[in-house]
Design a protein around this ligand. Structure first.
Ligand SMILES: [Ca+2]
Ligand SMILES: [Ca+2]
Length: 396
């Protein structure tokens, strides 16, 4: 369910702030090492902890948000009466998918939800559920080469292409154009704070963007997967790394309308959302490949948006091609990818570890970008088919 914690103050990607984003169990459960092979692989098993999908903990004094889609035959007048009866205020509609974001007073949510769900002029009504970023912070020292250089499949893919100016939307905490992303970041949108500046004060989104598109062979820092991709920053998570179905669904639709070829979502929540599914369906109808982190919950419980049909959902593997104990897994997960990177782009221009399915998802998104650069005509389902072939059976 969503109750987005849309507030919070800027924070940098220092160890203290990262610690604040994770439960105390994380570091003791994660012993990240670099994957030295495996581009992508079917996921199978797992075992232990992390942060995805915890309740947003929105302030009780604030109104609660609901997401409601009215039948197309319902009149505006009838809808207005229904809103009044439910004590709801219409904050706006997510374009193309007809989902209205409603505000109801604290304590009135269940009553309002019941009124909407029982009304024949409503397609669906749901809570505006919460999602969190899906990163893992390791506690072991840097002990190996970085994964692009350590994974031979990536080097082989780069023999064929180092990318093209595809637009990859990063739905996250925003993206800052740090030096290794110079020229890579397009103007974006901020749905968390409702403005046109998707600035990243958390660091999560900038790290994700670097994995996808840090410029390679430029003499600076690291190389992302796709050296000429364009990053479209879509801030759907607030500065504390919390978002909601309304920000996520709005961001998906907006990114699709901006011409994104790929959408990466290194975030997850536990609540199924018809709004997010409608947004994913809209994006896929426009040919967008949608990739999402499976989550870091050490179990098979479905997360969203990763388990929405048509989404490429990504678990995290270690240097031995084994699932990380923190990773979510299960038959509903599409594939697994390296779940730790030693050097990702930090807000201060330095580089740092970044682990979790938050890391694995952009690895796959970047791989998809290479595949689409090499085979521009691939459909979203065609991309998925290429990815789930046994590792080594294909080159991008
Ligand atoms: Ca902003
Ligand atoms: Ca570089």
């Amino acid at each position: 369910m969503l109750a987005a914690g849309l507030a919070g103050q800027p924070r940098s990607l220092d160890s203290a702030s990262r610690a604040a984003l994770r439960p105390p169990t994380i570091t003791s459960n994660v012993r990240p090492r670099l994957s030295n092979r495996l581009l992508v692989r079917l996921a199978v098993s797992a075992a232990a902890a992390l942060s995805v999908g915890s309740p947003a903990g929105a302030a009780r004094s604030e109104p609660t948000k609901l997401l409601v889609r009215f039948n197309t035959h319902a009149s505006d007048r009838a809808n207005a009466v229904l809103l009044r009866n439910a004590g709801a205020e219409d904050l706006g509609e997510i374009p193309h998918i007809g989902v209205h974001i409603l505000s109801v007073p604290a304590g009135e949510k269940l009553k309002a939800l019941g009124i909407f769900k029982q009304d024949a002029q409503v397609d669906f009504a749901e809570d505006d559920a919460a999602a969190t970023t899906a990163d893992v912070t390791p506690n072991d020292p840097v002990d190996a080469g970085d994964w692009p250089n350590a994974i031979p499949q990536v080097a082989r893919a780069w023999d064929n292409t180092t990318g093209s100016p595809l637009v990859v939307a990063v739905l996250d905490t925003g993206v800052n154009p740090v030096s290794d992303l110079g020229g890579a970041v397009l103007p974006g949108r901020d749905f968390a704070y409702n403005d046109s500046i998707p600035d990243d004060v958390n660091g999560h989104g900038t790290a994700v963007a670097g994995i996808i598109a840090a410029r390679g062979n430029n003499g600076i820092g690291v190389a992302g997967l796709c050296w000429s991709c364009q990053i479209l920053p879509v801030k759907v998570m607030n500065d504390s790394g919390m978002g909601s179905s309304s920000t996520i669904a709005s961001g998906i639709v907006w990114a699709a309308d901006q011409g994104a070829a790929i959408i990466n979502m290194s975030l997850a929540g536990y609540s199924d959302s018809a709004s997010e599914e409608a947004a994913v369906n809209y994006a896929r109808s426009k040919g967008v490949v949608v990739v999402a982190a499976a989550g870091n919950n050490s179990n098979q419980v479905k997360t969203y948006p990763a388990s929405i049909p048509g989404v490429i959902s990504v678990a995290a593997t270690d240097m031995n091609d084994q699932l990380y104990s923190f990773s979510t897994f299960g038959s509903w997960v599409t594939l697994a990818a390296p779940g730790c990177k030693r050097s990702v782009t930090r807000l201060d221009g330095a580089y740092d570890w970044f682990c979790g399915t938050s890391e694995a998802s952009p690895f796959v998104a970047g791989t998809v970008a290479l595949a689409l650069s090499f085979h521009p005509g691939l459909s979203p389902d065609g991309v998925r088919d290429v990815l789930v072939q046994p590792a080594g059976a294909h080159t991008c």
